[in-house]
Design a binder for this molecule. Structure first.
Ligand code: NAP
Length: 272
C-alpha cells in the first residue's frame, strides 16, 4: 500500500543533494508530496528523481547557490505556480567550518552566516508570503543542531543558536496563520557534513571504526559508503533517514499542533 500522507502537498527541500536533505526529499516524496529539491550539484539531484520513480510523489530539481536570494525565492514561486500550492519548506542547506576564532579565515564565517542564517531567512520570508497569499496550510522546518545549545560550539553553533531565535520570532508571527515552524536538532549524523573538517580528526574517527578510507578536505562520500559507516557505528552516528523521519512526523501532524522542536541524537554523544 503506497504512503499517501502528503499526497497533494508541495514541499521544497534545500541542500537535497546530500545527507539529511537528500533523505528528507526522498522521505517526503515517498509519502506522496511533490518535492522541489535544490543543492549545488545537478548530477546528484537528477538521481533523486530516478530514485522516486516507483513512489506516489515526485522530485523536481534545480541546482543553484542558495545564497542567491532571487533564485531561491524564484524556485519557491515556481513550486507554488506549477502545483497550485506550497506547504512545506525544509531549510536544510548548511555547513560548518570548525576551528578557533583566533585562527579562522573570516570568509568561512561569512559562508556559514550566509547559508545557515541568511538563506534560511530568505526562504522563510518567501514561503510565508506564498502560503499566506494562497491560504495554504504549511510547515517551515529548520534543520538546526544540538550545537545550537552546546557550549563553545564555535561560529557554527552560534549560527544554529540564531536559527532557534529566528524560529521563535517566526512562530509568534504565524500564530494566527495555518503555518507552523519546527526546529529539528540533530546530533551526529553520517553525511558529508564533515567535508570541511580537519583530515586528522576525520581519519582518526575512520580508523577508530576500522574503516579503510582516507579522507581528504572537501571530499564527499557516496551514499553507500555513508551507509557502511552508519552500520559500523550505529551508536555514534545516526543515518540521515533517522532525521528525515523526524521531519515527516512534524509535517504530518494536524495544523493546530505546534511541534516546536525535535532533538534526535545517537545513543552516544560524539564530540568532534
Ligand atoms: N551531519 C550532522 O552531524 C549534522 C548535525 C546537526 C545538524 N546538521 C545540519 O544538517 C543540515 C544538512 O547537513 P548534512 O549533515 O546533510 O551535510 P551535507 O551532507 O554536507 O549536506 C549539506 C547540503 O547543503 C548544501 N549546501 C551547502 N552550501 C550550499 C550553498 N552555498 N548553496 C546551495 N547548497 C548548499 C550541499 O550542497 P552540495 O553537496 O551540492 O554542495 C548539501 O546538499 C545542515 O544545516 C547542518 O548544519 C548536520
Amino acid at each position: 500500500m503506497p504512503d499517501t500522507k502528503l499526497k497533494g502537498k508541495t514541499a521544497l527541500v534545500t541542500g537535497a543533494s546530500s545527507g539529511i536533505g537528500r533523505a528528507t526529499a526522498l522521505k517526503l516524496a515517498a509519502a506522496g508530496a511533490t518535492v522541489y529539491a535544490t543543492g549545488r550539484r545537478q548530477d546528484v539531484l537528477d538521481e533523486l528523481a530516478t530514485a522516486v520513480a516507483h513512489v506516489d510523489g515526485k522530485i523536481i530539481s534545480d541546482a543553484f547557490d542558495i545564497r542567491d536570494a532571487a533564485k531561491f525565492q524564484g524556485f519557491i514561486d515556481r513550486a507554488a505556480s506549477e502545483t497550485g500550492t506550497f506547504n512545506i519548506l525544509v531549510n536544510n542547506a548548511g555547513l560548518s567550518y570548525p576551528g578557533s576564532i583566533a585562527d579562522a579565515d573570516p570568509d568561512k564565517w561569512r559562508q556559514m552566516v550566509d547559508v545557515n542564517i541568511l538563506a534560511l531567512l530568505t526562504g522563510s520570508q518567501k514561503a510565508l508570503q506564498v502560503m499566506r497569499a494562497g491560504g495554504h496550510h504549511g510547515h517551515i522546518v529548520n534543520i538546526s543542531s544540538t550545537a545550537a545549545r552546546g557550549d563553545a560550539s564555535g561560529v557554527y553553533g552560534a549560527t544554529k543558536a540564531m536559527v532557534s531565535s529566528i524560529a521563535t520570532t517566526l512562530r509568534s508571527e504565524t500564530e494566527d496563520d495555518n503555518i507552523r515552524v519546527v526546529n529539528v536538532c540533530p546530533g551526529a549524523v553520517i553525511t558529508n557534513f564533515a567535508r570541511n573538517f580537519s583530515p586528522e580528526t576525520i581519519n582518526a574517527v575512520l580508523g577508530m571504526l576500522g574503516l579503510d578510507l582516507e579522507f581528504t578536505p572537501g571530499m564527499t562520500l557516496p551514499q553507500d559508503v555513508q551507509d557502511q559507516i552508519n552500520k559500523a557505528a550505529p551508536t555514534l552516528l545516526l543515518h540521515a533517514d533517522d532525521i528525515a523521519r523526524a521531519v515527516l512526523y512534524a509535517v504530518t501532524q494536524p495544523i493546530n499542533v505546534d511541534v516546536f522542536e525535535i532533538t534526535v541524537r545517537p545513543a552516544k554523544n560524539l564530540q568532534l
